[in-house]
Design a protein around this ligand. Structure first.
Ligand SMILES: Cc1ncc(COP(=O)(O)O)c(C=O)c1O
Length: 376
């Protein structure tokens, strides 16, 4: 049997990982500024994480949501505290797409409506409604096409007002990333986020903050959307939540009332997943990682802005986009194969940095040195 070949692969096999470093099968060390796509939040093989998962695995790895799982309650308490949303409710699932799918479904259950507002450049996942709300027709299968999703230009306050004026009473939800990831590291403006909040309040629509990539402390705030000073009704999260163990969740405002069977999943919130997520939050809190992400990120952004060869530096904290001119399109590959530094990318020529939140200033300097050599 062959693998179903959907991923373009780099010819590298990672056999060891620690903190912000990984090693390939030949023993070559790499600096990891990609974190396996923003997933490694507290560093690879963090000792506390390994210990908590190992201990849990030796007790009980999995049982379904048909029994009490106190670890879920502990996770909800900790997440409420670290994210500052103590009165929100937690539903656990397994991936970012599933989190968004559940958030959209919950919004529709809540107000009985069908229309979703999403934005140009958005990525919300590959399942049915999540992919329909993703601005990439190439990955939307005919069966996922729907007239229920309305795409508006990103950061355009007036277009949003016009859409609500026209059909506000049909809008179930507005979904957006605090900083678009796949879309090239584009941050939603404060006024735009505030406008979404006020229009959702006025029309009883649900504001869904897709925090799958930009959340979990990456920007220095737990949820990057919150920099606008207003709260979303539902926050979706995944990637950094389990530091590599698949777990996702939605944080749901108190006004939503659950009923048995409304949402559900077999694997979501299992013992091992909860242990992983608790370990991550414990390390984020104990090691003050949100502050570190903010500070090391600000340093990187400041230094990167000094390169006149760079077209634009965007982002916040440790979610950074470096837009390069066509002539420097080779830099990403050269970082990996000449300087052994993993980074992410966005089309057409944006290097994405999504490292672990405990990236050190020395790591940042190592990257800047390599970057300077490649762009000179
Ligand atoms: C903003 C955002 N939302 C949702 C998703 C989907 O997450 P998953 O791949 O875990 O389904 C992603 C994945 O890249 C993402 O970046």
């Amino acid at each position: 049997m062959n693998l179903y070949d959907v991923y373009p692969l780099n010819d590298i096999e990672i056999t060891k990982a620690s903190g912000s470093n990984v090693w390939d099968a030949n023993g070559q060390q790499y600096l990891d500024l990609y974190g396996g796509h923003a997933v490694i939040s507290i560093g690879h093989t963090h000792p506390h994480y390994v210990q908590r998962l190992t201990e849990q695995l030796n007790k009980v790895g999995f049982y379904s949501n048909s029994i009490k799982i106190p670890l879920q309650v502990q996770l909800a308490e900790k997440l409420g505290q670290v994210s500052g949303k103590v009165d929100y409710q937690l539903f656990l699932c397994n991936s970012g797409a599933e989190a968004n799918e559940n958030a959209l479904k919950l919004a529709s259950f809540y107000n009985g409506r069908k229309k979703i507002i999403a934005f140009k450049g958005a990525f919300h996942g590959r399942t049915s409604l999540a992919v329909a709300a993703t601005d990439n027709p190439k990955i939307v299968a005919p069966v996922n096409e729907t007239e229920n999703v309305i795409f508006l230009p990103h950061n355009d306050d007036q277009a949003l007002v016009d859409a609500f004026t026209k059909q506000g009473n049909e809008i179930a939800a507005v979904i957006l990333e605090g900083i678009q990831g796949v879309g090239g590291i584009r941050e939603a403006s404060k006024s735009f986020l505030q406008k979404i909040r006020s229009l959702c309040d006025e029309y009883n629509a649900v504001y869904i903050a897709d925090s799958v990539q930009c959340g979990y402390g990456r920007t220095g705030l737990f949820y990057s959307h919150d920099w606008a000073g207003v709260s979303a009704d539902i926050y979706t999260m995944a990637k950094g939540m389990g530091n590599g163990f698949p777990i996702a969740g939605i944080s749901i405002a108190p006004k939503f009332k659950p009923w048995h069977g409304q949402l559900g999943t077999t694997f979501g919130g299992n013992h091992l997943a909860c242990a992983a997520a608790l370990a991550v939050l414990e390390v984020i809190e104990k090691d003050n990682l949100m502050k570190n992400a903010e500070e090391v990120g600000a340093y990187l952004i400041e230094e990167l802005k000094k390169f006149e060869q760079v077209k634009e530096v965007r982002g916040r904290g440790l979610m950074i986009g470096i837009e390069l001119p066509e002539a420097l399109a080779h830099v990403k590959k050269d970082l990996l194969f000449k300087h052994f530094i993993f980074t992410g990318e966005a089309k057409p020529n944006v290097i994405r940095l999504l490292p672990a939140l405990n990236l050190t200033k020395e790591h940042a300097e190592e990257f800047l040195k390599a970057f300077a050599e490649l762009v000179k």
